[in-house]
Design a binder for this molecule. Structure first.
Ligand code: GDP
Length: 369
């Protein structure tokens, strides 16, 4: 039996037998890696050198196993969510798994929400949504893993609530957990970029332990892939377009009933019945929005998807799932959310429909802004 070797990118145990599974690396690459002292699994290697993602099999069972482990520990659980994709970030049933351990809820990517949004209002909204999901966090805070100056509050909160225990950082993929942990490492230990980060869901594969000063650890856990996120249906280039990199500029549309908005070729919003009123879109600034008459919308989509309506790009259209329709009757100020893409705030009672690629969820929630 040889001693296990771990990928320095994602922490997965290296294996040379099963391509397509976690930790695979070809024998020749392993030999080279051992020589240079830097062993990467093939996924991390490709990601680092070619900015290219390979799909990974992180099963729901593995994730359940991980969650079950959490309940057995005496630790602080830090649950990182993406505030731009809050609903897609919720870990179903997390409250049942954590046992008596405190949960610190951290809303990441605060840099992409409009600056006019008050932080207190935002954390209050997060707390309410967490309670609806059965989760009672000890505290809720906002951060941006891309901004070093945003880390201080988080690090202080972790110190305060961990009370000398280990810290487990959990989150679904793509919430920015790896970026956040890299940032923590930078600010605490000075070791940089030990963890793979990318724009693509599902890139952190195994637990990584970061030593804390008192002999305890901060542990990064793998995420679970939320399949209903838009990201899973798009190519690399499109992902760059839909994931906001900068502050999202809300756009206000005064719509008459029987008008339609297209969010690129990715989603569609129909204003079916109601008074003329304003609708505010919150999507990446790079996603173009087009307005048409509802009656022409089907034909418009058919004609322009992959062209005027992008993403998807023309060569992706044939593999892109057809848009599926969900109808809602709106009573009060509400967001209609297109998982992973963004949302539209509706201000007046009306009847609407939201369309997203088959498999991507469309839902309504109490308005955030
Ligand atoms: P993980 O799967 O949760 O580990 O997520 P990653 O750390 O790989 O990040 C996913 C994507 O979100 C990457 O494209 C990151 O650059 C981006 N990201 C992470 N944190 C932030 C943030 O605070 N703000 C913004 N705008 N993007 C972020």
């Amino acid at each position: 039996e040889t001693e296990a070797i771990y990928c320095i990118g994602c922490g997965a145990e290296i294996q040379t037998q099963h391509p397509g599974e976690i930790g695979y690396t070809p024998q020749s690459a392993l030999d080279k890696g051992l020589e240079s002292g830097e062993v990467y699994c093939q996924r991390c290697f490709r990601l680092r050198h070619y900015n290219e993602i390979q799909p990974v099999a992180l099963t729901d069972d593995d994730f359940l196993r991980l969650l079950n482990e959490l309940g057995q520990k005496d630790a602080l659980i830090v649950n990182v969510v993406d505030i731009f994709d809050f609903n897609g970030s919720i870990i179903p049933g997390l409250h049942r798994f954590v046992g008596n351990n405190p949960v610190l809820l951290v809303g990441n990517k605060v840099d992409i929400l409009p600056k006019s949004l008050k932080r207190g209002k935002m954390t209050q909204w997060m707390r309410e949504r967490a309670h609806e999901a059965g989760l009672r966090p000890v505290d809720v805070l906002l951060t941006s893993a891309k901004k070093p100056q945003e880390m201080t509050e988080l690090l202080e909160a972790i110190e305060k609530y961990r009370e000398g225990r280990d810290v487990y950082v959990v989150g679904v993929t793509n919430v920015g957990k790896s970026t956040l942990i890299n940032q923590i490492i930078k600010q605490t230990a000075g070791v940089q970029d030990l963890i793979t980060t990318s724009r693509f869901p599902g890139t952190t594969l195994d637990k990584i332990e970061i030593p804390l000063e008192d002999g305890h650890f901060l542990i990064d856990t793998p995420g679970i892939i939320h399949r209903e996120q838009m990201a899973h249906y798009l190519g690399v280039k499109d992902l760059k377009i839909i994931a906001p990199q900068k502050e999202v500029k809300p756009k206000v549309y005064q719509l008459n009933p029987e008008q339609t908005l297209f969010l690129g070729g990715l989603a569609r919003f129909d204003f079916i019945k109601g008074k003329r009123s304003s609708f505010v879109t919150y999507v990446s600034n790079d996603v173009e929005i087009h307005r048409t008459k509802l009656i022409n919308a089907d034909a418009f989509y058919e004609k322009h998807v992959g062209g005027l309506l992008q993403p998807p790009r023309l060569d992706e259209v044939k593999d892109f799932p057809p848009l599926q329709r969900f109808e809602f009757s709106i009573k009060e100020k509400t967001d209609i959310v297109f998982a992973g893409l963004g949302w539209i705030t509706i201000t007046e009672p009306c009847v609407i429909a939201g369309w997203a690629p088959k498999g991507v969820s469309v839902l309504t929630r109490k308005a955030l802004i």
